[in-house]
Design a protein around this ligand. Sequence first.
Ligand SMILES: N[C@@H](CCC(=O)N[C@@H](CS)C(=O)NCC(=O)O)C(=O)O
Length: 234
Amino acid sequence: MSTPIIRVHWLNESRAFRVLQLLEQLKLDYEIVPYKRNQDFRAPEDAKKIHPLGRFPLVELEDRTTGKKKVLAESGYIFHYILQHFDSKGLLKNNDPDQAEQIEYFLYYAEGSLQLPLMIEFILSMTKKAPIPFPLSYLSGKVADKISEKYSKGELQNQLKFVEGEIAKNQGYLVGGKLSGADILMLSPLQHALDGGFAKHEEYPHISKFMDTLTALDSYSAAMAKASANGGKF
Ligand SMILES: N[C@@H](CCC(=O)N[C@@H](CS)C(=O)NCC(=O)O)C(=O)O
């Protein structure tokens, strides 16, 4: 059976970038349907024509013979699906059953655990930058600091320490000392955390080195080139 047409609905500066990198790493052909964030950094409404939630990434698969379409949503599931169905050469396959399970675990973990405190920290940082007049800005800043201090800052550190330890144990990767789909999926929240100023590179040397490894891959520069040809930074 031939691989269907793979169409990535891609939003600039979003988690959709990692799907481009995955497809590049697997040397698969794909099309990009670009969407541009609006002034409020939100996705345009027309994505809801593809999937009711209108969140990115979205991947549309079109059967080359029948024209039948299927839409995949949710990064972890998209990665799972692509890795299961389209890695026919086994480029990212791990034949050790325990390690294969661990890769699956990270596909859930990225959005299920790591992303939550990171998003809270991100939203709190936006609150602090919002154009709110004084003295309300002072009060909202204090509330943001309190939530961060009581929950999200420490919880993000907790998650990052765990990831740091896993990479240290696995010779620079998340699983089994070699590149997997889990690494490509996890790069995005790790970049957001460390490059976005929510954690310090020097406190997480293994994550920092992991980010260098992943961004030095040809698949990363190829995905970057496609993103910028479609008008995005990534
Ligand atoms: N858990 C979802 C999250 C999807 C998500 O929220 N994506 C963001 C981009 S990083 C989005 O579409 N945002 C649109 C908006 O905020 O309007 C996944 O990993 O696919």
